[in-house]
Design a protein around this ligand. Structure first.
Ligand code: SF4
Ligand code: SF4
Ligand code: SF4
Length: 308
């Protein structure tokens, strides 16, 4: 029983957390939110169970999950029901004293879930993320644009001013008019994906995510304290091949964490597990803690292979 629990514990945690969030959202809003979060939790937990049995298909399962959840949210909730999940909608809604999906997404995906799974929403549920995943250049830029916290927070301030400005001074507040809101949904998403695509060409992969996106700027405050992190579970097996760093779309120095025998605590990690999939000796894994100290392993670590 305990073996089974250890094998599937991440899937179990995932399902339980989504159900709890769904129950809270149901109490606050209505039963549809329970079904929504239960559905997302079930799909996510299923993909994690499948990964245990077919680790080589990790990226296939993750991308399938991303397309199902992200695509489902975009088509079902954004386009059909007309709920705008983008950041600026929060300020339209606040001006009209209403609460919709944008604020719920901010609270659930950016302030609650990051304590459990960091910025994993970005690699498993964001529909803009789907676009960036499939349009990322295959080759890494040697000198990608580095993240500037000043620029990221300035962008948030700009969005807040724009949001309240439109809500109070435009003829119609998008929060109060379905048609106007639909145009914002289409316009904003085209702008983010189009702008993000061109930024990627000169600034490197996931450029919009790394430099501007307000959602990750907020969840990145909590992400370093996440329960789940990329963890070197067999650091002594590392060959120093650098494949993990080359695979990381967020340009995180995974190898340094392996050398330091630390979990990856970079605030920008989106838990996409590309580093895990790219590591042939299976050094890396998503885990809740480092493996127990092993003096034998300590002696062999870095002795032959990690000398750079
Ligand atoms: S950083 Fe923003 S745009 Fe990129 S995947 Fe995350 S939420 Fe989506
Ligand atoms: S460190 Fe690994 S999991 Fe985190 S963003 Fe980079 S490749 Fe993805
Ligand atoms: S952790 Fe794995 S992918 Fe990264 S350098 Fe070591 S062996 Fe290579």
């Amino acid at each position: 029983m305990s073996k089974l629990y250890h094998k599937y514990k991440i899937a179990i945690y995932t399902l339980v957390i989504f159900i709890l969030v769904g129950v809270v959202a149901m109490i606050y809003r209505d039963i549809r939110y329970l079904f929504l979060f239960f559905g997302i939790g079930l799909v996510d937990a299923t993909s994690r169970v499948l990964v245990v049995h077919y680790p080589r298909l990790l990226q296939f399962f993750r991308l399938t999950l991303l397309v199902l959840v992200g695509g489902g949210l975009f088509v079902g909730i954004c386009l059909i029901i007309g709920v705008n999940f983008q950041f600026i909608e929060i300020f339209f809604d606040l001006s009209a004293w209403i609460v919709t999906g944008a604020l719920i997404q901010l609270i659930v995906a950016r302030l609650i879930l990051p304590f459990f799974a960091g910025n994993a929403f970005c690699s498993r549920a964001c529909w803009n993320g789907i676009f960036f995943e499939f349009t990322n250049p295959k080759k890494h830029k040697k000198k990608p644009k580095k993240r500037s916290p000043l620029l990221a927070w300035a962008y948030i301030v700009f969005l807040v001013i724009l949001g309240f400005g439109v809500a109070f001074f435009a003829p119609v507040n998008p929060a109060e008019d379905q048609m106007v809101r639909s145009w914002w949904i289409i316009g904003e998403n085209l702008l983010i994906m189009g702008g993000g695509f061109f930024l990627t060409l000169s600034w490197g992969s996931r450029a919009y995510c790394r430099t501007l996106c307000p959602f990750i700027t907020i969840s990145s405050i909590i992400a370093p304290y996440s329960l789940l992190k990329i963890t070197p579970v067999a650091a002594n097996q590392c060959t120093g091949c650098n494949a993990c760093n080359n695979a990381c779309p967020m340009y995180i120095d995974v190898l340094q964490a392996v050398k330091d025998r630390k979990r990856v605590s970079d605030s920008m990690c989106i838990l996409c597990e590309r580093c895990v999939s790219s590591c042939k000796p299976k050094v890396l894994k998503v885990a809740t803690r480092l493996p127990k100290h092993n003096p034998k392993e300590e002696n062999s670590f870095g002795s032959a292979k990690l000398e750079h």
